[in-house]
Write a protein that binds this ligand. Structure first.
Ligand code: NAG
Ligand code: NAG
Length: 751
């Protein structure tokens, strides 16, 4: 039998393909870049702050300093190791302490609040001693006895009581602001703590006139009122972006191709030149393990290198590295009460905005050195709130009730915002932006006297990776993806119930509502988050049992599988009524009180989304959306097909707190009332940066679907390369024998 005369050639083509495959594998292995799993365990950091010190004294053993500072509407007691300045523990107090006194025997201390009531605490554990109430005479320990201390411009002097001669002269670290603590035993030891205008607290201890130990604590960032993130630009990527732009402008396709080849050839040549044309050097460079090379530049490439800019109420700005919390720069603005920060990526400018309408723009094209580029003021009325509409465009609500648009970038942006929805405690309001740039009210949702909006979440404009949910039997449930949605929680204090509404933000139409008549605790936090086609809200109810609840509502085009209502190609007029969503909802119990929530954000939203929870007990955890599903049903109701669905789980009413998902580990966070919980996407789809920003600052990275796009540290590049090379050689050696075998088979010769 004659087989195709092209057999040989075909075999050759196959062989060529194999070679190409091997080449591409080899190239892939050489150019593989990754961050490693071991990175995860050093990925979190916390800046613990104490705040402005109000009162500092020693404990009985003179080992620790006890520091009283302001915290929210109460106070904070911090125990700090006198030797190294580290915080041992911090206890927030519900009342505002105005004065303190160490007891005679040093075993306890008494705090006085602004009504004059006193509270006694143990001076080793810091815990309250309720048993005994204090009834001696109160003499404050707060004011340092400093009659023998003299402060000149740059020096602190200790003067002998009798002779008035100088015993010690110490240079000050920074601009002196005040003496917080002073102790001298009159003979050998002298220790003191002072603050500087830059926000540092410096402690020094002298023995026999010689510096024994010293430390300083940076308290310049505390009670952050606004924040912004910015990416550190990757020079390498920027030049490639520029090349791509130039390439696009070349109309002739061959011209563009030649341009690209020339650029790549240039890069290759400079790579060879860098390695002095030595093959040995080039190979060692390619073979070196990535983990050894793992440094800042990889972080930049993967978008993990971001600076977090924070503003404090007093007007200082500081940039910290979001990967380790290291301070990059600090600067003081002359703004009072900064309420908003934004990074304008297009112009690489930082926009700082204060409550009185004054603003400042900083040029941060050099990420490590901000330069003030403009200062100005909007109007003469105090600003109630400001929100971002678009790059460089903001919506202002003034204290006198009027609303205004404010733009830093003059009409270059093409994205038009025509409809704006805002809300306050008493209602939700729709507005349109007319051609003349003025705002006109369109619709309004108002509430009853006893009602208040306690939580509001608009659907974030995020990419959607999948428009449907694939069920166990391979049918699809289509998600409701109409973009202009918002949901909010209205609490009625009189009846103890809450209503949750879903509205269309263009028309103000109510699309869905549900309510809970379970004696909701209005003093406990109520939160809502909205993403893609679902929203989750949390509240604390007291009937039938006091319990934290988490409710999830999912929106679908239809609850019937494979039935799609919207058409993918059609255009919609949002002003005409839209299809209403079909909803499914589930409620869960959660074992801890939830203080704040946010949704994880990743670059393309392919990773399973997670809901990040900050708990009342000072920890943070996250729940995968697969757990918080509205489609979970009891096991008895699940069919075999249902169980085949990806990540399907039977419904269990309580979501347990899993220790493995506590992202704060053993840290204890003190975030304060006005903290914010944010999630920032990185260039790695698997990875999202999570930060809690408030009194303390805490940042970490989470991987809601695992680190599918990062390599493990045990990844052996060398072995992979060796295997590929081995295969190459093998193919080369086998080729003649394969060809002979084929030829023989064509001639029907038995080998
Ligand atoms: C305080 O710090 C010193 C030096 O780091 C250490 O030796 C000591 O054990 C610390 N004291 C406490 C109570 O942690
Ligand atoms: C597939 O499963 C869904 C949900 O269990 C069910 O509603 C639907 O009827 C099933 N479709 C088919 C074709 O079996």
């Amino acid at each position: 039998m004659w087989s195709s005369p092209f057999g040989l050639e075909f075999g050759f083509i196959e062989m060529n393909k194999l070679v190409i495959l091997l080449c591409s594998l080899l190239w892939g292995a050489l150019s593989a870049n990754a961050i490693y799993v071991e990175d995860a365990f050093v990925a979190d950091w916390q800046l613990e702050s104490i705040g402005p010190y109000q009162c500092v004294f020693e404990d009985g053993n003179q080992q620790n300093l006890i520091i009283i500072s302001k915290y929210d509407s109460g106070s904070l007691i911090s125990f700090v190791n006198q030797t190294d300045g580290r915080i041992l523990f911090r206890h927030p107090l519900k009342f505002r302490a105005v004065d303190a006194m160490l007891l005679e025997n040093g075993s306890g201390y008494v705090l006085k609040d602004n009504t004059g009531s006193t509270f006694t605490f143990d001076s080793t554990s810091g815990f309250p001693l309720d048993a005994e109430s204090f009834n001696g005479t109160f003499t404050s320990t707060c004011v340092p006895k400093q009659e023998n201390v003299n402060i000149s411009k740059d020096f602190l002097q200790l003067i002998d009581r009798d002779s008035r001669l100088e015993i010690l002269k110490v240079p000050l670290n920074g601009t002196f602001a005040g003496l917080n603590f002073f102790h001298s035993d009159g003979l050998t030891t002298m220790k003191f703590l002072y603050s500087t205008l830059e926000g540092y607290y410096v402690f020094q201890c002298f023995e026999n006139g010689v510096l024994h130990h010293e430390w300083s604590r940076d308290e310049s960032i505390h009670d952050v009122t606004a924040h912004a993130f910015f990416d550190i630009p990757n020079e390498k990527l920027l030049s490639i972006t520029n090349e791509l732009l130039v390439e696009q402008d070349i109309s002739n396709i061959w011209g563009a191709y030649k341009y690209r080849v020339a650029k790549n050839w240039g890069r290759f040549k400079s790579f060879l030149k860098e390695n002095q044309y030595s093959p040995g050097k080039i190979i060692t460079k390619l073979m070196r393990m990535d983990s050894k090379l793992l440094n800042g530049s990889d972080d930049v490439e993967f978008g993990l290198a971001k600076y977090l800019i924070v503003a404090s109420k007093e007007g200082s700005l500081a940039a910290v590295d979001s990967s380790d919390g290291a301070r990059i720069w600090t600067t003081r603005t002359d703004l009072q009460d900064i309420i908003f920060l934004d990074f304008i990526g297009q112009r690489r400018e930082l926009f700082t905005f204060a409550a009185d309408g004054a603003y400042a723009l900083y040029d941060v094209s050099n990420a490590t050195r901000p330069v003030l580029s403009r200062k100005d003021k909007v109007g003469n009325v105090a600003i109630d709130s400001i929100s971002k509409l678009d790059e460089g465009k903001y919506f202002l609500k003034l204290e006198n009730g009027s609303k205004q648009l404010f733009s830093l970038i003059s009409s270059t942006s093409t994205a038009e915002i025509n409809v704006i929805t805002t809300h306050d405690k008493k209602g939700v309001y729709g507005m349109i932006l007319k051609d003349d740039g003025l705002l006109q009210d369109t619709w309004k949702i108002s509430l009853k006297e006893s009602e208040e909006i306690v939580a509001y979440a608009a659907r974030a404009d995020v990419p959607v990776a999948n428009i449907g949910v694939t069920l166990g039997n391979r049918t699809v449930l289509y998600k409701y993806l109409y973009p202009n949605l918002a949901s909010y929680v209205v609490s009625d204090e009189k009846s103890g119930s809450i209503f949750v509404h879903l509205i269309d933000t263009i028309t103000g139409e109510l699309l869905y509502s549900q309510f809970h008549d379970e004696k909701v605790d209005h003093h406990a936090p109520i939160n809502i988050v909205f993403s893609e086609n679902w929203f989750v809200y949390s509240f604390f109810s007291s009937v039938p049992l006091p319990e934290q609840k988490l409710v999830v509502v999912e929106l679908y085009e239809s609850l019937e599988a494979d039935s799609r209502v919207s058409s993918p190609s059609g255009e919609y007029n949002s002003l005409k009524s839209v299809n209403k969503p079909k909803t499914i909802s589930n409620a869960y119990f959660f074992p801890e009180v939830i203080k704040r929530m946010t949704v994880s954000s990743t670059r393309y939203q392919i990773s399973v989304r997670a809901v990040i929870l900050e708990l009342e007990n000072g920890q943070m955890t996250y729940l995968s959306k697969a757990i918080l599903s509205a489609r979970r049903v009891e096991e008895s109701k699940m069919t075999d097909n249902d169980k085949k669905e990806f990540m399907a789980m039977p419904y269990i009413s309580t979501i347990p707190l899993n220790d493995h998902f506590i992202i704060t580990h053993s840290r204890n966070l003190l975030m304060g009332e006005n903290a914010q919980l944010v999630s920032i996407a990185t260039n790695l789809e698997s990875t999202s940066i999570i930060c809690g920003i408030g009194h303390d600052i805490f940042c970490t990275k989470i991987y809601p679907s695992g680190q599918f796009d990062t390599m493990s540290p045990s990844f052996e590049k060398g072995k992979l390369l060796a295997t590929i090379l081995g295969l190459f050689v093998l193919c080369y050696l086998l080729r003649p024998s394969v060809e002979t075998a084929k030829l023989k088979s064509q001639w029907l010769v038995r080998s």
